[in-house]
Design a protein around this ligand. Structure first.
Ligand SMILES: O=C(CO)[C@H](O)[C@H](O)COP(=O)(O)O
Length: 154
């Protein structure tokens, strides 16, 4: 499976950790940057690029890593077709795949130990989408994104 990685300066060290770790586990890693630490860099270019690539590459997943993961997730979700979830423990990571078919995980490097994030990321990458009623909800979001017509209130 191909995994796209993006971050900002706050997530750079953890991104590099995952580039090595996931590559060692057999994942095909594409790191969209940043390549060097710059305390003044901004997360949108890297997270939007990671999300664009995931959406264009069916079957791939992405990790967008920052200080909190909030802005990274917001940036990724601006890309049409992207579904990015802020994952902050193993259960939210599992549910983001099982119920939301999340394509990208937003991760807060300043919120966890590296060992915690390893468990969170492993859960994200190894959980399958459940489909069923959850697909109906995802379809409503996708229709709204495409048409601008909000789903009817029940
Ligand atoms: O988490 C983030 C966005 O959600 C950023 O990594 C964070 O805002 C960067 O902060 P600073 O420039 O103070 O290092």
């Amino acid at each position: 499976m191909r995994i796209y990685l993006g971050s900002d300066h706050a997530g750079l060290e953890l991104k590099e950790h995952f580039a090595k770790r996931l590559s060692g586990l057999g994942y095909d890693i594409v790191d969209v940057g940043p390549a060097v630490y710059d305390a003044e860099d901004d997360y949108p270019p890297f997270c939007i690029e990671a999300a664009r690539r995931v959406v264009a590459d069916e079957g791939s997943l992405g990790l967008v890593i920052g200080g909190s993961g909030n802005g990274e997730q917001i940036a990724a979700n601006k890309v049409p077709g992207a579904r990015a979830a802020l994952v902050w423990n193993v259960e939210t990571a599992r549910l983001s795949r099982r119920h939301n078919n999340a394509l990208l995980a937003g991760i807060g490097a300043r919120m966890h130990t590296t060992a915690e994030v390893e468990h969170i990321v492993d859960a994200f990458l190894t959980t399958e989408f459940e489909g069923g009623r959850h697909q109906r909800r995802i379809d409503q979001l996708a229709d709204y994104e495409r048409s601008g017509e909000p789903p009817a209130l029940p």
